[in-house]
Design a protein around this ligand. Structure first.
Ligand code: NAD
Length: 265
């Protein structure tokens, strides 16, 4: 049975860097369910990796910092009369080259660059591709489970802006279509993006202890939620973020962690 109803439909996927990427797992899930895929990746190196993982798909290079790069790719897709049933926005970047600084020391240039790449690109790519979308297409971005937790430096406020952009985009697209826009708000995962965050691994280990099941979130689980949101099976869900955190949000006072801290005093 074709439960997801994505078979034969075409999806546009951004953010595949390697086999650990959220976008990779999402694309694999779509492919396994009979969907066709079109990829957009950052550069030639990621294109080569992506081509090995998805040899039967078209792959474009698009650096979302570069307006011309977005426009060129969009005009190619329009020229080919591509019809998209969905778009996966799985892109983020923050310059942590000087480590995570106190938030009040955030550099303007770093904040603006990270906002452009990690948040605004959802809007600019959607706008560039708007003539390619089916009337009932589904757009999914990957946010974080708690934008008020301070562990990612200035990425927290940027993901909060991404969450708000999901709502604004859903509303503005509704003026001419039934395109849905949603986010998967994921807890910590092991990917190359997270490996670049200073001190991440300790936070990841701690977060695992705060899940109700005492087992870290798997990238497959985040991707499976994206898959559901892309499919018509989630047709009633719009302008929403689905939290995927294995219950971490309710477990501030995990008794094992509480006791360990109390015993160490
Ligand atoms: P990843 O490194 O595999 O994916 C990030 C992607 O962003 C890469 O493919 C990279 O090439 C792309 N990218 C960066 N700058 C770009 C640019 N200028 N133009 C085009 N593409 C660019 O890591 P991931 O964890 O799969 O990240 C995907 C999404 O998931 C991100 O939005 C991230 O914030 C989110 N997320 C990750 C975690 C985690 O713990 N890893 C948790 C919650 C949410």
């Amino acid at each position: 049975m074709d439960f997801l109803k994505v078979s034969g439909k075409t999806f546009f996927i951004t953010g595949v860097a390697n086999k650990k990427s959220v976008a990779y797992f999402t694309a694999k899930g779509l492919e396994e369910n009979g969907a066709k895929l079109i990829f957009s990746v950052l550069n030639e190196e990621t294109k080569e990796k992506c081509a090995k993982l998805f040899p039967n798909s078209d792959i474009y290079i698009c650096d979302v910092e570069d307006e011309n790069s977005i426009a060129d790719m969009a005009s190619e897709l329009i020229k080919k009369e591509v019809r998209l049933s969905g778009f996966v926005h799985s892109i983020a970047f923050a310059n942590y080259s000087e480590g995570i600084k106190p938030f009040h020391e955030t550099k303007v240039a770093d904040f603006l660059q990270a906002t452009n790449i990690s948040c605004l690109s959802l809007v600019t790519l959607t706008n560039a591709l708007k003539d390619c979308f089916e009337n009932d297409a589904s757009i999914v971005t990957i946010s974080i489970s708690n934008t008020r937790a301070t562990s990612y430096g200035y990425m927290g406020p940027i993901k909060a802006a991404l969450d708000a952009s999901v709502d604004f985009l859903a509303k503005s697209l509704s003026e001419f279509s039934s395109i849905r826009v949603n986010a998967v708000c994921s807890g910590p995962l092991k990917t190359s993006a997270s490996a670049g965050i200073p001190g991440y691994i300790n936070n990841y280990i701690f977060a695992e202890q705060l899940t109700l099941r005492k087992q870290a979130l798997k990238t497959q689980e985040t991707a499976d939620t994206a898959l559901f949101l892309l499919s018509p099976r989630s047709s009633g869900i719009n302008a929403t973020g689905i939290v995927v955190d294995a219950g971490m949000a309710v477990n501030y006072f995990d008794q094992n962690v509480v006791n360990k801290v109390a015993d160490s005093i």
